[in-house]
Design a protein around this ligand. Structure first.
Ligand code: TLP
Length: 352
């Protein structure tokens, strides 16, 4: 099979030899009976890492977010969330389909919300509406460029929300990237949120799985949501074992991924027709504009693929590249050479 340089997502990472070994050796039991020792260990470790009472292992980040929404809300409730969040854009309308809630969205250029923008949308119950039952933040924010919440901003959202009795859920799919950028442990990033979902299968490299953490009572409700969504697994210890290795070993590699992302951003900034501000790249996600090349994101992506580089178009003229441990610095350098070739070719053609 042809070896591609895969910058489409950090979801493409393959399990390390240590993960495969741990999976091979995993002790297992029936997790629906709470009898899988590996899952139990993973859940305890995850809860401790994010400083919550309990955690539940879910097959995907989507199920983690949706289980949290279900556990925090009643049908007809309002959920405040960024207009370009994963929950809104990429979860097949799960808020409506699975929890019967309505989203009240806010738009900001970098994906980061603040209390001033949230407050005008907050309303209690009346004869006409249920009011806001949940605020969901995404940290790092994926599709607008991997931005990290300044901790004071996030804490203020939580404090203000709590004063009004509203819980805050964090889609922390990439909380370890946020923590790496801030130089603080994940438990501080998640300190004030009521629930946090984070993924084992992105930059941490586990093959499958995410964690949802919160109070013990919340996690009991989330387990029931996971059940009704079909996500209660049996001998899931084979997956949990890889997750434990991911939590123990992988965060140490994230600074390298962030440096590689910065390298990609700086290289892209020198390619004619591409616009990006490299100083805006905080973590492992690079979003850039290709309109000046005269090609759409899909066209650029197709040309890169022909030359062995995989990337995603995320809007007609916007593209995304992610770094992760399965891509080396040399591969990033090669990918940037290919990008330069692809864009140079177009300029010659336009000039003819
Ligand atoms: N993100 C994927 C795609 O679904 C877009 C990616 O390639 O980035 N929250 C955030 C912030 C995410 O980025 C993702 C996945 C999820 C939740 C969902 O995780 P999974 O894919 O495990 O359901």
């Amino acid at each position: 099979m042809r070896e591609f340089i895969d910058l489409r997502s950090d979801t493409v990472t393959r399990p390390t030899p240590a993960m495969r070994q741990a999976m091979f050796e995993a002790e297992v039991g029936d997790d629906v009976y709470h009898e899988d020792p590996s899952v139990n260990r993973l859940e305890a470790l995850a809860a401790e890492i994010v400083g919550k009472e309990a955690a539940v292992f879910v097959p995907t980040g989507t199920m983690g977010n949706q289980s949290a929404i279900r556990a925090h809300t009643q049908r007809g409730d309002e959920v405040i969330v960024h207009e370009r969040s994963h929950i809104v854009l990429y979860e097949v309308g799960g808020v409506a389909q699975l929890s019967g809630c309505v989203t009240r969205t806010i738009s900001t250029p970098n994906g980061i919300l603040d209390w001033n923008r949230i407050e005008p949308l907050v309303r209690g119950e009346s004869d006409h509406f249920n009011g806001v039952a949940l605020i969901a933040v995404e940290n790092t924010h994926n599709i607008l460029g991997g931005h990290v919440y300044p901790q004071e901003l996030l804490n203020e959202i939580c404090d203000q929300a709590h004063e009004r009795g509203i819980p805050v859920h964090m889609d922390g799919a990439r909380i370890f990237n946020a923590a790496t950028y801030l130089g603080t442990p994940p438990r501080e990033v998640a300190e004030k949120v009521d629930s946090v979902m984070f993924c084992l299968s992105k930059g941490l490299g586990a093959p499958v799985g995410s964690m949802l953490a919160g109070s013990r009572e919340f996690i009991e409700r989330a387990r029931m949501a996971r059940k009704v969504f079909g996500g209660s697994m049996r001998q899931a210890g084979v997956l949990a074992a890889a997750g434990i290795v991911a939590l123990e070993n992988s965060p140490a590699g994230l600074p390298r991924d962030h440096k590689n992302a910065r390298f990609i951003a700086e290289s892209l900034a020198r390619v004619p027709g591409i616009s990006i501000d490299p100083t805006d790249v905080q973590t492992n996600i690079v979003i850039f504009d290709v309109e000046g090349t005269g090609m759409t994101g899909r066209e650029v992506s197709a040309k890169l693929r022909e030359r062995g580089v995989l990337s995603n178009a995320v809007a007609p003229y916007r593209m995304r590249m992610l770094t992760h441990y399965d891509v080396t610095r040399e591969q990033c350098e090669r990918a940037m050479e290919v990008m330069t070739e692809v864009c140079a070719g177009v300029q010659v053609a336009v000039g003819d």
